[in-house]
Ligand binder design. Structure first.
Ligand SMILES: [Zn+2]
Ligand SMILES: [Zn+2]
Ligand SMILES: [Zn+2]
Ligand SMILES: [Zn+2]
Length: 226
């Protein structure tokens, strides 16, 4: 049996692509990141948290974030909505001790307080067609943030390869009607996407790098807000 190829992603500092498992180690030694840290040296040091964020289902969608300890869950929620989740302004909640069953954590709680209590945080966006996200504590350092924002995107998965349901070429489009009514993958290459006949669900949508692709009214763009 063919082994599943490990999810790939890239470092935002040097652009290097590597496997999901190698990223944490790479970020510690990445020379482009080291240079940025040296440039940012100054007296405004604070605790900076390295967080690994991934979709709870398969883990093919993931982010490595560096977040200021004094930033809040609200800011993390905003970031997740912007890069991955937002479709129609659904409710979202963070949990300690498991999604759904764990303890809800207030949005105004600071990151340093949260990760004093736990190493893993769960996030649910939309309690109907829910998207679940796991946030794991990787480590922290004392230093000057490399961005003026509360969060720095350090690494991100490359969009998972998905074969067109018609011809096997890499997908560029997604048809939710095929998924929900015809039990097919819904993935379509550029050519088959353009010519696809279904439009009961608003037609084909762009296949974007988000775990919410194809769910509810989600239509991307799956770009980082900063
Ligand atoms: Zn790098
Ligand atoms: Zn929605
Ligand atoms: Zn279709
Ligand atoms: Zn095709």
């Amino acid at each position: 049996m063919a082994r599943k190829r490990q999810s790939q992603g890239s470092c935002m500092y040097c652009g290097k692509e590597m496997s999901k498992g190698g990223i944490s180690r790479h970020l510690k030694s990445c020379s482009a990141r080291q240079d940025a840290m040296a440039d940012a040296a100054g007296d405004k040091e604070q605790a900076l948290y390295h967080l690994q964020v991934q979709d709870a289902e398969r883990g093919d969608y993931w982010l490595h974030l560096e977040m200021s300890g004094n930033a809040t869950l609200q800011q993390l929620d905003k970031y997740l909505r912007a890069i991955w989740l937002e479709c129609c302004g659904h409710l979202s909640t963070f949990f300690i001790g498991g999604a759904w069953s764990g303890m809800e954590v207030a949005m105004n709680r600071q990151i340093d307080r949260v990760f004093d209590m736990t190493d893993v945080l769960d996030h649910i966006y939309d309690f109907g067609a829910s998207s679940e996200t796991k946030i794991k504590y990787v480590g922290k350092r004392k230093g000057v943030p490399l961005t003026k924002h509360p969060i720095a995107l350090m690494a991100r998965n490359v969009i998972p390869a998905a074969p067109c349901q018609e011809c096997g070429q890499p997908a560029a489009w997604l048809c939710t009607q095929c998924i929900y009514e015809h039990d097919m993958s819904g993935f379509l290459c550029d050519e088959h996407g353009q010519a696809h006949p279904h439009d009961d669900y608003g037609g084909v949508m762009v296949y974007v790098n988000s775990p919410r692709v194809g769910m509810c009214g989600y239509a991307g763009p799956a770009e980082p807000p900063y």
